[in-house]
Design a protein around this ligand. Structure first.
Ligand SMILES: C[S@@+](CC[C@H](N)C(=O)[O-])C[C@H]1O[C@@H](n2cnc3c(N)ncnc32)[C@H](O)[C@@H]1O
Length: 246
């Protein structure tokens, strides 16, 4: 059965991908939003299950979440209700988001821009630019081409537990610089396991390409670092961009 990206993964996303490292990293990202955003208002784009969105809200930001996956947003809404806080989550495509009121920051955390094909990057940054106040912050990360092509390419991993087993396969196509991810879930339903196959594609973008697109779309690039603000090494797996709308 073919599914939309994150249709099944949304149910296990927090369990499979959320750990102390993520918590520590997003604490660092929060300090950057606090430092650079000219206002408390913002949008967490590609918010997924809303882990960073809730962190922003709890830190006093007036933030909403946007994601293309209704399944991820449904989980985000449930977890936000559980936390007894209020956040608006909106289904939308980052390649063409539009806001009624401009905001102080846009964050796109944990690979969001890797889901945007190269030919749509400019359009995406233009839509971000239109949503931001003058001096507004755009902060996002990217998994690097090194990670997609040398670390994840050919990787197969999985887990086998009572309620859920899964196999995760990734294959990189260097001619089009994209990583195809195929996840098979075996979910226990009564006495049987039901299989679901989910496909995702991530695109590799070079730092130079992203930097030029940001400049072309009216941003000043403040910093391009590794995910914790340090210099980028040859085998860096994640790069962090901080840019300000001119
Ligand atoms: C790896 S998840 C990251 C989620 C969340 N930001 C986090 O830190 O856990 C990437 C998210 O980007 C969303 N996404 C992918 N393409 C998108 C698009 N064109 N517009 C909006 N969201 C998108 C996916 O649905 C997914 O929830």
């Amino acid at each position: 059965m073919g599914l939309l990206p994150y249709e099944v993964l949304s149910r296990y996303y927090q369990k499979l991908l959320y750990d102390g490292d993520y918590d520590c990293w997003t604490e660092y990202l929060l300090t950057l939003v606090e430092k650079y955003s000219p206002e408390k208002s913002g949008v967490d784009v590609g918010c997924g299950t809303g882990i960073f969105t809730r962190k922003l809200k709890k830190a006093g930001f007036n933030v909403s979440g946007v994601d293309i996956s209704q399944s991820m947003l449904t989980v985000a809404e449930t977890l936000t209700r559980k936390d007894k806080i209020k956040i608006d989550y909106i289904k939308g495509d980052m390649r063409s988001i539009a806001l009624f009121n401009k905001v102080g920051f846009i964050s796109v955390v944990n690979d969001g821009l890797n889901y945007v094909e190269g030919k749509f990057v400019k359009r995406t940054f233009k839509s971000f630019n239109k949503c931001l106040l003058k001096g507004g912050l755009l902060i996002f990360d990217l998994s690097t081409e090194y990670k997609l092509s040398a670390v994840l390419n050919g990787q197969m991993y999985g887990d086998d537990s009572e309620d859920l087993s899964y196999v995760w396969l990734s294959e990189y196509d260097k001619t089009v610089k994209k990583l195809d991810i195929n996840i098979s879930f075996f979910e226990k339903q009564g006495d049987v396991y039901k299989r679901y196959n989910e496909y995702q594609t991530q695109y590799a973008h070079s730092v130079e390409f992203i930097k030029n697109q940001l400049i072309d779309c009216g941003f000043n690039v403040v910093s391009i670092t590794n995910q914790f603000g340090k210099d980028i090494s040859e085998k860096e797996e994640r790069v962090l961009f901080v840019a300000i709308k001119k």
